[in-house]
Design a binder for this molecule. Structure first.
Ligand code: NAD
Ligand code: DAU
Length: 362
């Protein structure tokens, strides 16, 4: 067998960005998608309920560290591309349990690259020429910036500071090595903080929306002045589609929203939106719920992305303004109480207890 078909294979497609990507892909591109996902605590098939009966969507429950399962999925579905999202993604969890991050992000990415290389080596002609492996990564690999430093570009040296960032940096290096050594047609994207529907409420924005709705404390680490460069998830998905279609092999592309905001600003804005959309006299002004708590160890101060390369070379730009995207996101969480109930199960509650119980109010 030497040919491929139109199918793409996505890993981690039941997570936050992966599920948004799968939904948009089916809507906008329309070719079949196979989603290889282990369904860890972060993977939620309910995110894909709207396509689960669609003949162009298929879930394969498997571990990216399982070489046989990955090889079997590639051999069976003959994808023309792999888009690799699957990872352990939460920095705070990587501080409590780094081993899971090394396994999934380093060992898992190695397994995906190696099995993709074997599969790609067996392709012929146009199928071989057109095959792509797109590795989805993060801006955290570049470390942290001071207030006046220039934003991260593709040539900024790697300086990861958390076990999560270090494991993603390791996976990026492997992706690079597979291009240089084996000529596997690899593309890499390094993106800033995403927000939008289906994000697991361990991350800042959904956590604060849901706590604000219920009148619970809003934990802000340290002084709340850490800066992130926020990007609406649909814009990240369109950047990935663009790089997959037109990216130059072996290149990396930084993806960002030109939306630097400090955490306190983000939390205050969410409070005001929830007050406006769901006023509650018993709770009062949501800003009163803010609690400054013990900082994250090694907390990166500022991230900012210089996205000029993808704009110049591939014509991609973010299209959603932060204030608009945040309003849509708040509305989405407030209107999807069933989804919220389902994800806040036992393991979620255990995590909240573990991460926040010992953080002392500052
Ligand atoms: P997520 O934690 O929401 O989802 C991760 C998905 O991977 C889940 O569906 C989970 O079940 C799956 N998974 C985990 N371990 C697996 C394994 N061993 N085998 C198969 N599947 C497994 O993550 P996310 O926020 O959607 O991030 C997706 C990717 O994008 C990650 O690689 C992350 O590093 C990168 N990224 C995320 C952001 C962000 O702001 N969330 C920004 C830049 C880059
Ligand atoms: O920059 C891209 C990265 O963005 C991705 O690679 C990661 O997968 C993703 O999780 C995200 O990492 P962050 O650590 O920046 O995201 P998080 O939502 O965990 O935190 C955002 C900021 O808010 C950060 O400065 C820490 C702070 N924070 C977070 C939580 C959960 C708080 O102040 N309180 C909280 O309770």
């Amino acid at each position: 067998m030497t040919a491929t078909n139109d199918t793409i294979l996505v890993t981690g497609g039941a997570g936050f960005i992966g599920s948004n990507f799968v939904l948009r892909w089916i809507e906008k591109v329309g070719t079949p998608v196979v989603n290889l996902d282990l369904l860890t605590y972060a993977g939620n098939p309910a995110n894909l309920a709207s396509v689960e009966d669609n003949s162009r969507y298929q879930l394969v429950r498997a571990d990216i560290c399982d070489a046989d399962a990955v090889a079997e999925a590639l051999a069976k579905h003959r994808p023309r591309a792999v888009v690799h999202f699957a990872a352990e993604s939460h920095v705070d969890r990587s501080i409590i349990d780094p081993g899971a991050f090394i396994r999934t992000n380093v060992q898992g990415t190695y397994t995906m690259l190696e099995q993709a290389r074997r599969y790609w080596s067996g392709l012929d002609g146009t199928a071989k020429e057109k095959f792509r492996f797109l590795h989805v990564s993060t801006d955290e690999v570049y470390g942290t910036l001071g207030p006046d430093d220039p934003a991260f570009s593709e040539t900024t040296p790697y300086a990861p500071n958390s076990p999560y960032a270090a494991s993603k940096a390791g996976s990026d290096h492997l992706a690079r090595a597979y291009f240089h050594t084996f000529k596997l047609p690899v593309l890499t994207t390094n993106c800033s903080n995403n927000y939008g529907p289906f994000q697991f409420p361990e991350k800042l924005i959904p956590l604060v929306i849901l706590n604000a709705l219920e009148g619970k404390p809003l934990p802000v680490y340290g002084d709340g002045q850490n800066v992130r460069d926020w990007l609406f998830v649909d814009d990240h998905c369109s950047a990935i589609r663009t790089v997959l279609e037109r990216g130059e092999l072996g290149e990396t592309y930084n993806v960002g929203g030109n939306s630097e905001r400090n955490n306190l600003h983000v939390v205050n804005t969410i409070c005001d939106l929830v007050d406006e959309i769901r006023p509650d006299a018993k709770i009062g002004t949501r800003r009163q719920l803010i609690k400054f708590v013990t900082d994250r160890p090694g907390h990166d101060r500022r991230y900012a992305i210089d996205a000029r390369k993808i704009a110049r070379d591939l014509g991609w730009q973010p299209s959603v303004k932060f204030e608009q995207g945040l309003r849509e996101t708040v509305e989405w969480y407030l209107n999807h109480s069933e989804w919220v109930e389902n994800v806040r199960s036992g393991s979620y509650l255990n995590w909240i207890k573990q991460n926040y119980e010992e953080r002392i109010a500052q």
